[in-house]
Design a protein around this ligand. Sequence first.
Ligand code: ACO
Length: 345
Amino acid sequence: MAITHEYRTRSDAVPLRSFKARGRPSAIAGMGVYAPEKIITNFDLEKMMDTSDKWITERTGIHRRHIAEPGTTTFEMATKAARGALDAAGITAADLDMILVGTSSPDGPFPSVACRVQNELGAPGAVAWDTLAACTSFVYGLSIADAYIASERADTVLVIGAEVLSRMLNYGNRGTAVIFGDGAGAAVVRPAPTGGGFKSWCLGSDGRGYAQVTAGNIEKGAYAAKDAAPFIEMVGPDVFKFAVDIFIRQANEVCNTAGIALEDIDLWVPHQANFRIIDAAARRIGLPLDRVAINIDEYGNTSSASIPLALEEAIRKGRVKSGDHVLLAGFGSGLTWGACLMTWV
Ligand code: ACO
């Protein structure tokens, strides 16, 4: 069956599910990130395909992206980010009850990237597995961490988003090749001090939109067809409209559910897919850009790594203080979406 793209996303037709955090509260206790040293600028891309710095900058806000050297593995990048998160949280790998890696670019079908990270860190016995919700994977992972800590089935969970998307880029397709980059980000989630931590969640998927963003030549059966090119393909303008709409609806949902006004959001950390998507949604939510974490200019779209890369940078730059209301929001292939509101500890 060919991908027809007949589905046109109307996320307003999909009821959103949101819920208050319940049980024992959890919070992010420390973060770490990693990005490959090699940088490809828009000017480099001009020499590789029919594109221009002007087009990329104006249409996406991207100036550079970090690209892994051939042979770099997702688990190595994930492990580097994880070590930073453990240090920032002041814990060791032996403290971990669970390791969750969000990735759309694992090193192979199995074992999971999470088990490779577990082995590198030295955390035998922790529960380790990968979550695949494309660019929403990191938020899905946080929600699992929060649920396990809330129900007292875990105390300390490591949530990672790590991608080597450059493996899936076709430099003959200028519509996708200029957008994506590689990177990793990690967060340690632990029980929260009184008053802090995650307050509300809004998660969902709509498989009717599965063909909007794909990788791996899925109609041929990705791993089954040995010659199937794993390239990313997407219906950019449709995903753009879906993204703006779902960002706005998620922000309203998590704020209503938590009983917090939209104007009381101190920092919004959106998935970094396109500056114009973020800007359009921020205007309609009513948030000035100085309350939005944006670093797409430096990294491009790193899928599951984009939210932790942007949040960690905001923390490092002193943009988040105790008591702040912080909103994380993602969307991606699937289609999937996920947002959470937290009070920073
Ligand atoms: N350089 C120059 N021209 C280009 C390039 C390029 N890199 N890419 C496309 N063009 C051309 C197109 O060929 C088209 O030319 P035409 O008018 O002669 O046909 C023109 O630019 C406009 O193309 P559009 O696709 O309509 O451009 P748009 O403004 O929509 O920007 C983009 C494209 C950046 C992809 C945008 O649609 C977007 O960001 N969409 C959202 C993507 C997204 O968020 N994906 C997230 C999911 S990723 C995941 O889940 C893993």
